[in-house]
Ligand binder design. Sequence first.
Ligand SMILES: NC(=O)c1ccc[n+]([C@@H]2O[C@H](COP(=O)([O-])OP(=O)(O)OC[C@H]3O[C@@H](n4cnc5c(N)ncnc54)[C@H](OP(=O)(O)O)[C@@H]3O)[C@@H](O)[C@H]2O)c1
Length: 271
Amino acid sequence: MTFLITGATGSVGRHVVDELLRMGAPVRALTRDPAGVGLPAGVQVVRGDLARPETLVPALRGVTGVHLIDVGGPDYAPQPHGKEVVELVREAGVRKVTLLSGWSTGTLEAAVTGSDLDWTYVQPTEFMVNAMAWADSVRAAGVVEEPFGATKTAMVHEADIGAVIATVLTGDGHAGHSYGLTGPELLDMPAKVRILGEAIGREIAYVELGVAEMCERYRARGVPEELIAFQVEAFDVPDGVYQVTDTVQAVTGRPPRTFAQWAAEHAEAFL
Ligand SMILES: NC(=O)c1ccc[n+]([C@@H]2O[C@H](COP(=O)([O-])OP(=O)(O)OC[C@H]3O[C@@H](n4cnc5c(N)ncnc54)[C@H](OP(=O)(O)O)[C@@H]3O)[C@@H](O)[C@H]2O)c1
């Protein structure tokens, strides 16, 4: 029994790996560059590139279940070779698949959910780790500058996403399900910033940025236009669009972690 984890070096994948190891399950981690990945001892690290599906063939050998991310190129470009990836999974005799949703629907979602595999589609809302983008300005000026201050989201802790994925991979009864994952509470921007400030023991100012200003800043950092448009669409929404789900608790048996917990765990990065 071995589980192949793609995106294993990423913010969610590392938690999938940790959780599987805690369960005593053998883990194979896929990365484009095995040098210095910093994964725990006992993890079998293999080279592979989701943009070149043929490189997955050796990685899939002897695998019981596979966790897939919907990435197939630079800047989180969605997977263009979804059918081919699913075919390789089937040919390798793998039955169980978890798929983590990407920011845009590529060809993988349809290929996985339309297949006869025992798939589970994991669709988290905004990751708490996105708050790391505020670390520089908090450290330098004690400020967070973001638009859409009133939009309430139920950010989810990466460890809870990892725990759900590991539970699904190792357990039964999840095939054919799509799981929308959230944290335990809806928070607007001032609330998120206040919680972060409490965790670091310093008041942090929240400055509401104009949307055009945000887009300009993303452009200056080389973020692709489609990804910028997605950011606007995701946050420029009326009240009530985002809701809390009970899926983390239902699947793992544990309540989802709060943003206050996340902030306490990562406080050092903001000091
Ligand atoms: N941030 C959010 O709020 C949010 C919400 C919902 C869904 N998502 C989605 O969640 C997914 C994972 O995000 P994350 O934050 O965990 O990622 P991350 O921390 O930025 O790490 C990216 C991961 O993707 C892997 N990767 C990238 N291109 C690859 C390729 N061509 N072949 C193989 N592996 C590749 C990297 O592996 P190596 O560099 O080691 O090869 C790395 O493990 C993304 O698809 C993202 O769109 C994000």
